[in-house]
Design a protein around this ligand. Structure first.
Ligand SMILES: *Cc1c(COP(=O)(O)O)cnc(C)c1O
Length: 458
């Protein structure tokens, strides 16, 4: 089409109203929630960019598929449709449904990890890291150097540093590495993609050492689209062909269907190894349910099977990646420092650069996230030292590598005017950045503390 504007490739079929809390109501909500945006009631939020997880709008086809869901306990028709869809896409024969991605992680790492083990990853997502550490193993991040520098422009900032991977294997020994993992796109590192070339390189290293290679594939379709746009020789291939090649390079996958299956719940664990799958299914029965539903209703399996197909449509992916980039450009054009280029599902504001007067121990990204809500009712999420700081025994903390606020864009949910509004709020907060103050934590849990911690302003 000769036109510049990439329009939303859907029309709206049913709508949900947005509430508009006043400034006073927002302030009261912040105090009640202990300045933790996870503690807000969703009705206190105007534009909710907390996460793109489970917040997408399902299509009429997905809703229709739900109506024919088979709720049989064992051997449901919906399970076989789901498992076929997963195997057709990934080539992996063993398909284990779970209620969310983290259940796949728990089952996988309960089966293979333990004290003394090390799991390499480009960057572990927070639930992945927590599940590895819960087993007493070490979650080791080794994204390329550009991936840790918010301002460094690179087409595949999610790539794994293969030299660091080799060094880790030499250091800890093959016997202590149950598997190598890679996260596409690299959520905790800015939603940045991983190239096919990098996946092939990691595969080669794994083959040299006989190591299994697993992919956290939550955003496989977005990653495939970036490969089509940016990787030499890939422009003419379909996202489906590219996705198939990505999956062909790994031995197993953990997947949150709340992302690139555009479903509201669900996930799966899929793999080649039947012996490991049998071990995983035993844990599945203990915690999730029978292997043909895994904690999901038959109708959820249907929504996921349909979503896995829709998410690879070119029109959808073009709109999806462009709408995130559009918000990123609005921020950048206003001089707001963001991780560049923008990720697939989110724009990450660099709070360290925006609020240099707030030290990491005073949580600059938390301060920024709170202010975006206070200013315009926009809810993002801190991805910095609240999420990834390591509290020591002496009361001090090792800060995270980056202090980011993630503005995640739900799939097919908001329109361009919503995003224009968010851009205006970000710019308004940037103007008063020097007046923002840090926070201290007054209460926190031993792991995944960002979900429930309480704060007070300094
Ligand atoms: C969301 C996510 C997970 C965890 O999935 P849940 O469905 O939220 O449990 C794991 N890895 C990545 C990269 C994710 O984005």
């Amino acid at each position: 089409m000769p036109y510049r504007t990439i329009i939303e490739p859907f029309r709206i079929h049913s709508v949900q109203g947005i509430s508009f809390p006043t400034t006073e109501e927002r302030e009261a909500a912040l105090v009640r929630a202990g300045y933790n945006l996870f503690g807000l009631h969703a009705d206190e939020v105007i534009i909710d960019l907390l996460t793109d997880s489970g917040t997408g709008s399902m299509s009429a086809e997905q809703w229709a598929a739900m109506m024919v869901g088979d709720e049989s306990y064992a051997g449901s028709r919906s399970f076989y449709r789901f498992a076929d869809a997963v195997t057709k896409l990934t080539g992996l024969p063993e398909v284990i449904p779970v209620h969310q991605g983290r259940a796949a992680e728990w089952i996988l790492f309960s089966s293979v990890a333990g004290p003394g083990k090390v799991i390499p990853n480009n960057t572990h997502f927070d639930t992945t890291r927590a599940n590895v550490e819960f087993q007493g193993a070490e979650a080791r991040d080794m994204v390329i150097a550009e991936g840790r520098d918010p301002a460094a422009d690179h087409p595949f900032k999610g790539n794994m540093d293969v030299t660091a991977l080799r060094a880790t294997i030499a250091e800890v020994g093959v016997g202590n590495i149950p598997l190598v993992m890679i996260t596409v796109t690299n959520n905790s590192g800015g939603g940045q993609p991983v190239s096919l070339a990098n996946l092939r390189e990691v595969r080669a290293v794994c083959d040299e050492h006989g190591l299994p290679f697993f992919m956290d594939a939550a955003r496989f379709a977005e990653n495939a689209w970036f490969i089509k746009l940016r990787e030499p020789g890939q422009a003419e291939r379909t996202p489906r062909q590219i996705a198939r090649e990505m999956f062909s390079l790994v031995d197993g996958v953990t997947f949150s269907a709340k992302k690139d299956a555009i479903a509201n719940i669900g996930g799966f664990l899929a793999m080649k190894d039947p012996a490991l799958a049998a071990q995983c299914r035993n844990l599945l029965i203990l915690t999730e349910g029978f292997p043909t539903y895994g904690g999901l209703a038959g109708r959820d399996l249907e929504a996921i099977a349909t979503g896995l197909d829709e998410v690879l449509e070119e029109g959808y992916l073009r709109y999806r990646i462009r709408s995130t980039e559009y918000l990123g450009e609005k921020c950048r054009d206003a001089g707001v420092p963001i991780v560049w280029p923008p990720g697939g599902h989110a724009v990450y504001i660099d709070a360290k650069a925006m609020l240099p007067h707030i030290p990491p121990a005073r949580y600059p990204a938390q301060a920024l996230a709170v202010e975006l809500y206070r200013e315009g009712g926009v809810r993002g999420v801190e991805i910095g030292s609240v999420m990834f700081g390591k509290p020591g025994d002496d009361g001090t903390e090792t800060p995270a590598a980056m202090e980011l606020v993630r503005l995640a864009v739900p799939r097919r949910t908001y329109t361009q005017s919503h995003i224009d509004y968010v851009g205006e709020v970000v710019v308004a907060v940037a103007k008063k950045a020097p007046s923002l103050r840090g926070y201290r934590i007054t209460e926190s849990a031993p792991w995944l503390r960002h979900f429930t911690a309480r704060f007070e302003p300094i």
